[in-house]
Design a protein around this ligand. Structure first.
Ligand code: SF4
Length: 330
């Protein structure tokens, strides 16, 4: 199964057209994911992680969000080129998404069983009869650790963690090939976070679903992902297999800053070294490297010229520091 590409995004550009400005939310983004694998999409708020997921589902806000360049290939098909009808078949059935806040994904006036059944009726080609759907609803609730009898309960009768389990059951009911999990644990207590992540991991193994896990938490990535893409100002500035990102020696200065911002209980005397400054305004990105105003290693060239993508095997760093005697992609 390894090396069988499920998702390939190449040179993606997304712009939001607002009354005041054009906001460059995703800029020249390239990433890929193999079948059955988990990719951690990491970065600060505003890095373009959610916009990337919405672009994959073609759910950018109508008339405001626009893909202005690049391609998104899913299972060999360029999903930016297919009709809306074809895309509707892919959504839910082949690609599903879990959002941050479970309450925004559940309708308070319908039972959870009804809502999982609706997802099946709308998206599934496999579960068509009332009996099949009923059975699948119960099966999915059991799979996420909820007793099937609770299918007749309403969302307000569940805790935050249980609601997120229902949302996961809903997302996975149609056996999607790809699950986009957009900060699925951010709205939950820490103890519940661990349970939900464990559940996503177990289900991924059981159902062979590939996962894009959006998070700003490197600890979560270390425990759950096979590869990592670190995003900054709408683009991937470093990416590669988990061992390379967590174990390798060469890193993009922003990735170094991210690691420096995590508490390390083994090193008692070390103070945390947060990254100074803020993410640039996506409506007014700096020339050259977008990280240059915050980068402790910034050179003259960084303020004028966009850095190339430098590859060493599967490890990619987009930074002038590494652009020496290496494989480079403009
Ligand atoms: Fe820092 Fe320059 Fe590398 Fe950007 S290109 S991260 S400014 S060293």
């Amino acid at each position: 199964m390894a090396n069988e590409k499920l998702l390939e995004i190449k040179d993606l550009h997304v712009v939001y057209h607002t009354d005041e400005d054009d906001v460059y939310a995703v800029n020249d983004l390239t990433l890929s994911l193999d079948k059955g694998q988990t990719l951690g999409l990491v970065g600060e708020t505003g890095a373009g992680k959610t916009t990337t997921c919405l672009s994959i589902l073609r759910l950018l806000p109508d008339k405001i969000g626009e893909v202005t360049g690049g391609s998104i290939r899913f299972n060999g098909k360029d999903i930016l080129d297919i009709s809306e009808d074809e895309m509707r078949d892919i959504r839910g059935q082949e690609i599903a998404m879990i959002f941050q806040d479970p309450m925004s994904s559940l309708n308070p006036v319908y039972t959870v069983g009804y809502q999982i059944a609706e997802a099946l009726k709308y998206h599934s080609t496999e579960y068509k009869t009332e009996q099949d759907i009923e059975k699948r609803v119960e099966e999915m609730l059991a799979l996420v650790g909820i007793t099937p009898e609770r299918k007749n309960d309403y969302p307000h009768q569940f805790s935050g963690g249980m609601k997120q389990r229902v949302v996961i059951a809903m997302a996975l009911a149609c056996d999607p090939k790809l699950l986009l999990a957009d900060e699925p644990t951010t709205a939950l207590d820490v103890t519940i976070q661990a349970q939900v992540l464990k559940l996503i991991n177990e289900l991924k193994d059981k159902l062979k679903t590939a996962v894009v896990l959006v998070t700003h938490d490197l600890g979560i990535v270390a425990e759950t992902c096979d590869s990592v893409a670190v995003m900054y100002a709408g683009t991937v500035i470093e990416g590669g297999p988990i061992e390379t990102i967590f174990g390798g020696e060469n890193h993009h200065p922003y990735t170094v800053g991210l690691f420096g911002s995590i508490p390390n209980l083994k090193v008692k005397t070390k103070r945390l070294s947060p990254i100074e400054g803020l993410m640039p305004d996506p409506a007014d990105l700096p020339k050259g490297c977008a990280f240059s105003p915050r980068c402790p290693k910034c050179m003259d060239i960084c303020r004028t010229t966009e850095p190339p993508k430098v590859f060493e095997g599967e490890h990619m760093i987009k930074c002038h520091l590494f652009n020496m005697n290496k494989e480079v992609e403009a």
